[in-house]
Design a protein around this ligand. Structure first.
Ligand code: HEM
Length: 239
């Protein structure tokens, strides 16, 4: 396993700082955290199913489902992007163990969002879909964002992480482009009504997350350089 990749695996398995190394208790309690995050992530879908079952999706159910799944895709993409800066800034290394689940939940909602468009708007009519992508730039942007998420979901397994090694990290940087395209998709969708308040709020969230990532990465590399410096100093003093 290449070095960087092995470090990632070790980090993902490391118990939370301060937690007793009698791992069983930690693993059991962490299972609860994962279950809670999974339940929270699936709650919007359960709500849609319940509303659909009760025939309570409003006057335009297709629009309701498309908008709801689109919004949750964006929210979960942001939650996925928040993991690394939060982990770096807080030292809560266990957060990294939630990242894959959050990413896959984002992909689930993106697939449902895409599926609603594919099925309810176009009834799987490929010609109508191609025409829609060509006619409405905001749909083309959404399509591009979804296309970028496909290889990320396909390489989310441990086996793919091992197989791709260093290239896995490079590939998964596509998530930044996907989230930027998704915000542009939202903004263009709202452009027709000249209503940019919500897309702007999401753009701000994404900018803060990407900025925090940069700040946290710079702080981590400064800490690493300082640690290397003091190790070198200590070895010089010993000589
Ligand atoms: C990462 C992928 C995507 C994200 C994050 C995303 C997000 C969103 C958001 C936030 C909205 C607006 C919700 C609202 O008005 O409250 C939206 C609307 C929409 N999206 Fe996406 N989208 C994605 C991909 C796609 C794809 C692949 C398609 C179709 C090819 C698509 C088609 C649409 C359509 C047609 C609407 C308008 C729904 C309506 O107002 O009836 N989106 N999307």
């Amino acid at each position: 396993m290449p070095g960087a990749n092995r470090r990632w695996h070790e980090l993902a398995r490391r118990p939370a700082p301060g937690t007793a190394r009698s791992g069983q208790r930690w693993l059991r309690s962490f299972a609860w955290v994962r279950a809670a995050v999974l339940a929270a992530g699936l709650a919007p879908l359960a709500r849609l199913v319940a509303l659909g079952h009760a025939d309570a999706l409003g006057a335009n159910p297709v629009e309701f489902v498309t908008r709801s799944t689109g919004t949750w895709t964006l929210a979960l993409l942001c939650a996925t992007l928040a993991v690394t800066p939060l982990r770096r800034l807080s030292g809560w290394h266990w957060l990294v163990r939630l990242r894959r689940m959050l990413g896959l939940l984002a992909f689930l909602y993106a697939a449902l969002h895409f599926g609603a468009w594919l099925w309810f708007e176009h009834w799987f009519d490929v010609r109508a879909m191609v025409a829609d992508v060509a006619r409405r730039p905001f749909v083309a942007l959404g399509f591009a964002a979804f296309a970028l998420l496909l290889p990320l979901a396909a390489t989310s397994t441990d086996a793919a992480i091992r197989r791709l090694g260093r290239r896995w990290r490079q590939l998964h940087r596509l998530v930044y482009a996907a989230v930027v395209l998704a915000v542009l998709h939202y903004a263009l969708h709202k452009a027709g009504k000249n209503d940019f308040a919500e897309p702007l709020a999401w753009a701000l969230v994404v900018a803060v997350l990407l900025g925090a990532r940069g700040v946290a990465a710079a702080a981590a590399s400064r800490r690493a350089a300082a640690a290397r410096g003091s190790a070198r100093q200590a070895s010089l003093e010993r000589e």
